[in-house]
Design a protein around this ligand. Structure first.
Ligand SMILES: Cc1cc2nc3c(=O)[nH]c(=O)nc-3n(C[C@H](O)[C@H](O)[C@H](O)COP(=O)(O)O)c2cc1C
Length: 367
């Protein structure tokens, strides 16, 4: 499978094309819209989320409620475009010439030889991730047919770390979905909320870490035989492609560094004549291949780079020092980004599932 997205943050709409889906996959559109709504919720976001009520529109590859095998063509309208349409047309928008450190502004302006950061930030904006969530929601529905479930929740916001690290992921997910911090540790959730409020009060921003888990994964997705087929490498690349994600940990990778090998490797034992594991510090992947244990990934998100206080920067139109531009922005997007991380995990796993069990119709894949 492959997918493309297109569209700007304040353009008319986002477009997505998902190619390689088998024919005959029945899609529940309400479930796709539910995922879009999940991405829009989450503590710490800005007022744009009150303007948009994202709804998926299917423009191709889907007839009588099922995929046809042709590219699935998706669209999400940007309601905010109504407020921008005239300004785009009459050219009344000011040029943005003071780039924000940490954003694509400066490197993008230099690379494309453009003197207006607006043209860069319109596409660099994480608004694009709404379409990834829609594509991920389609992938989740494919995976659900094989009983694969994907859950995500917040692990850390700023200095506040959730105390729940492993165990029953479904239960953690269910608890986390009940609060706006998307955190299963309710004491930590209160502290996280306070940390976001404090950052906002200070005119600052705050990052965090997200856990995503895939359960009921068949053995044998990905392969050890070549670098670009390794499942952990594919998951890592997909996660780092999400705006602001700067670190990816598979299983307990970071903690494993300070432990001896005897405690790190997941011992193999026999249970009722079948091989099983003593623990899952590898996060469900060995040698680039899924080993049947839950796939566990932690993703580290940096603090948002648009900061009310204004970071040191240079006005490129005057070449004088000035505070970086401020565009309406989130204080913390970690709870929302959980849904984007789930979507990208669903995408990688659906792609790997089709590679292994692929067919032209959903009947062939399931067989
Ligand atoms: C769900 C989500 C929401 C985001 N919201 C904002 C935001 O409001 N303001 C901002 O400056 N960055 C936001 N970001 C992050 C930027 O898009 C990102 O930092 C920027 O594109 C530069 O890319 P990089 O951080 O990957 O290098 C958001 C990211 C995600 C995943």
């Amino acid at each position: 499978m492959r997918f493309l997205t297109g569209g700007e943050s304040h353009g008319p709409e986002l477009t997505g094309i998902l190619e390689g889906l088998p024919a005959g996959l029945a899609l529940d559109i309400d479930k796709v819209n539910h995922e879009l709504a999940r991405r829009q919720a989450g503590y710490g976001r800005n007022t744009r989320m009150q303007i948009e009520q994202d709804q998926i529109i299917i423009r191709g590859g889907f007839i009588y409620g099922k995929t046809t095998g042709a590219p699935l063509v998706l669209a999400i309208r940007n309601k905010d475009y109504e407020n921008w349409e005239e300004k785009w047309k009459d050219g009344s928008l000011d040029k943005l010439t003071i780039p924000r450190p940490g954003h694509a502004d400066l490197a993008g302006m230099q690379k494309y030889q453009i003197d207006d950061a607006r043209i860069i930030l319109e596409r660099a904006s994480a608004r694009e991730t709404a379409m990834r969530v829609a594509i991920g929601a389609v992938c989740k529905q494919l995976l659900n047919l094989m009983n694969v479930q994907i859950f995500g929740f917040v692990h850390q916001i700023g200095p506040v770390v959730s105390k729940i690290n492993d165990g029953n992921y479904l239960e953690q997910y269910q608890v986390s979905e009940q609060n706006a911090l998307r955190c299963a540790d309710l004491d930590a959730a209160d502290q996280m909320q306070a940390a976001i409020d404090k950052a906002k009060e200070n005119g600052d921003t705050i990052g965090g870490a997200i856990t995503v888990v895939a359960e009921n994964i068949p053995v044998g997705l990905g392969s050890h035989v070549h670098w670009d087929r390794k499942l952990d490498g594919r998951i890592g690349g997909a996660m780092l492609s999400i705006p602001a994600m700067k670190g990816v940990e598979i299983g307990e990778a970071f903690g494993n560094v300070s432990l001896p090998g005897t405690q790190v490797q997941d011992g193999i034992q026999l249970v009722d004549g079948k091989v099983a594991r003593l623990q899952n510090r590898a996060g469900g992947i060995e040698g680039g291949i899924s080993n049947g244990q839950p796939i566990v990934v932690k993703i580290y998100m940096k603090p948002i780079s648009t900061i009310t206080l204004g970071m040191p920067s240079v006005d490129l139109s005057t070449m004088k020092a000035d505070a970086a531009i401020y565009q309406r922005s989130d204080t913390c997007a970690v709870p929302s980004a959980v849904v984007v991380c789930e979507a990208m995990l669903a995408w990688v796993l659906a792609d790997a599932v089709l590679e292994k069990f692929g067919g032209d119709s959903i009947q062939e894949v399931l067989r």
